[in-house]
Write a protein that binds this ligand. Sequence first.
Ligand SMILES: Nc1nc2c(c(=O)[nH]1)N[C@H]1C(S)=C(S)[C@@H](COP(=O)(O)O)O[C@H]1N2
Ligand SMILES: [Mo]
Length: 510
Amino acid sequence: MISIRLSVAVAALVGLLSMAAGLATGHLVSGFISPSASPFLAVGSSAIDLTPLWLKDFAVRTFGSDDKVVLLSGMAVVNGLLGMVAGLLSRRSRTPGLVLIVVLGALASVAVLSRPTAGPLDVLAPLVALLASVGTFVVLHRLGRLSQLPAEDATGVSRRTLLAGSAAVAAGAGIAAAGGQLSAGRSGVEASRHAVGRIMPTVPAPPIPLGADFAADRSPTFITPNRDFYRVDVNLTLPQLRAEDWQLRVHGMVDRELTLNWSDLTSRPLIERPVTMTCVSNEVGGPYVSTANFTGVLLADLLTEVGVQRGADQVFTTSVDGWTCGSPTAVLADPSRQAMLVIGMNREPLPIEHGFPVRMIVPGLYGFVSGTKWITDMELTTFDARQAYWLQRGWGQRASIKTMSRIDSPGPFERVSSDNPITGIAWAQTRGIEKVEVRVDHGEWRPAELSTEVNVDTWRMFRLRGRWEPGNHVAEVRATDKTGYTQTADRAAPIPDGASGWHSVQFTVL
Ligand SMILES: Nc1nc2c(c(=O)[nH]1)N[C@H]1C(S)=C(S)[C@@H](COP(=O)(O)O)O[C@H]1N2
Ligand SMILES: [Mo]
């Protein structure tokens, strides 16, 4: 046997395709077990959990809600490079490349099995992935060597055979990955959501008054349609939890432990209320704020029922995928706060990405300390005893939503007519908005017109009419809440307890 070295290009191609074949097959198998068993996605989810705070903050700031796409693309590139390295290590002998593939396969298995929702079957996905990757590597490596034999040793394996084999692997990987993606959506959760049907509250919210927004002048609509509601979570794959399988255990420092299922929950009085939700990661002027009519069961009643023991200052909630959240008991138990276990959003069952079948909503607290989606566990405990997901990563513990305002029209650097009103939103949940002022080109602050107030837990729209000279301008906004506090110019970053400062927009009058 003559010793043959694979060319750099062939070696890299063999490694790259073996990696693709493995990841795609694993993704396909996961489609039949559980989306989070996908080796590719499990490694991505582990990366999210292990990402240091500064990098996470950078990613959200730089890529916004595209951060997941960016993460997945970056991972695809890294995986491809690792595959190429495996190929390049094996230009003479296939052993070093195989060793690297087996090590990576083992790491992927660890990632899959350490997902909080992992079941024992999940390991099948990375195992099949590993087998597919090794098999592809062995076959393509052999084809690669044969295709590089000198002509007098011709075995009938030409470069063309190698190319055909490679194309077949690439196509197979594409189909497998797409198949995994398709079958992942078939867990019966959409059917369960459909079966729930429209959510009819026992106590409906009063109708939204006319004049609750200035949408005609390009403020947001008062109610955000579900499909436009901002979404923030750490999930690459959405938890698949059917209403009929849902349970919530309320336990810990309580007198009477309680477990609720879907029919227990939905047979209680269902209260409907519009609430504006906000994410602590929202930059000044950012998009992570939306309003919906939420329907659910009041938490204050539930906490009275279980009998909270003295000293239990934290309600520690966990979602089905293991994400955790710590909220102050005093806030959740306060009947005037109207914190809820929510099942309905604008009369629809919660969309899956917003927590189907049940989530928590607490007016006045940022989502990361109150908005547990896919909630399955509620433990009464102390802040000393347990640390929730974001607290472990440097964010604040008691995060009340700050008084804030945002200009929506004109948009940044927009060219508008001279009579374009300046419109936008202001919010100060639990306190309510008293006044919004706008100034143009650092002139006098002028009070803006306010939309009809719906309740203190929702946003209010503002509008300032005027005539602006042709040319470039800057508009700034500041809100005053009903405690008399006026937003200051002091800029704070979102970390650890929410951004502050005035939003400003530059625009041009034609
Ligand atoms: N299970 C789970 N619940 C979660 C999160 C999460 O990552 N996982 N993110 C929280 C954060 S940070 C916010 S701001 C709100 C956002 O809710 P939305 O996506 O429905 O707007 O959900 C909260 N609930
Ligand atoms: Mo958030």
